[in-house]
Design a protein around this ligand. Sequence first.
Ligand SMILES: Cc1cc2nc3c(=O)[nH]c(=O)nc-3n(C[C@H](O)[C@H](O)[C@H](O)COP(=O)(O)OP(=O)(O)OC[C@H]3O[C@@H](n4cnc5c(N)ncnc54)[C@H](O)[C@@H]3O)c2cc1C
Length: 263
Amino acid sequence: MSAGEGLRVIYERIFMKPTLNWQIASVKDIKPETATVKSFTLTLPAWMRHRAGQHYDIRLTAEDGYQAQRSYSIASEPEREGEIDITVERINDGEVSTYLHDVLIPGDHIEVRGPIGGYFVWEATMDEPLLLIAGGSGVVPLMSMIRHRAAAGAKNPTSMLYSSRSFEDIIYNSDLEKLRAANHGMQIFHTLTRSQPPGWKGYARRIDADMLKEVAGPLGKSVQVFVCGPTLLVEAVANILVEIGIKPDQIRTERFGPTGTGG
Ligand SMILES: Cc1cc2nc3c(=O)[nH]c(=O)nc-3n(C[C@H](O)[C@H](O)[C@H](O)COP(=O)(O)OP(=O)(O)OC[C@H]3O[C@@H](n4cnc5c(N)ncnc54)[C@H](O)[C@@H]3O)c2cc1C
């Protein structure tokens, strides 16, 4: 390599972000989570360690060349090598989520690109108290954060407030409970907005200021907050968080869809 070429390689490594290429993932496993939600384990030939909170793009191409592309958050922890989990809610008239639910089977191949995103990410080295707030499938990137926290042995106080329509709609319910039981300093609060099973002890209304004060208060002033879910829920929660005194630069948000209410 000439001196000029060497300088160019060094320049590219330092200043140019690697371009993410599309790759063909294999579907290793499909697991139902609820009646309308499934998790897909994808094996990636060009696997790259992600940061908890990032997503992949999925691209479908029809025989006539028509393409549809959507984003799906990574549900698994970065410590798991060679593969990722994504978790997808089936939207009834949706183009891509119905294909993933109704057509895809283990052994199939699918075009993906990632990991993507640098803002809505949490690293176990961030040792401030953590508050994760999810509506519906917005729990997916937050699950990656909780799994990463467990895999890295992080001890920062962590609470999750998770809004679902009914008990049956809670995604990862037993996995969340196992992680809570096995990891110190972690609490999970559920709110069920439409129906509650007999004897339900959690919240039973949409997320409001009183609820957020109760959940966020014990985490103190330096809490870092991640909010993810349908657009309306995310905007409402972010506004209330500011009203109850959490600084905007402590709040990170991710919006999944234009229309859902999550409640
Ligand atoms: C960064 C990012 C990460 C995401 N991660 C996930 C994830 O982990 N799991 C997941 O299930 N989804 C996730 N989404 C949403 C996902 O990208 C798609 O928008 C969703 O699967 C719907 O796509 P579709 O092709 O099935 O529906 P479309 O054909 O795009 O839409 C069909 C109808 O559903 C409405 N719609 C679209 N998206 C939603 C939605 N999210 N909720 C309610 N109604 C909707 C549309 O307005 C339209 O009326 C993410 C979105 C973003 C931007």
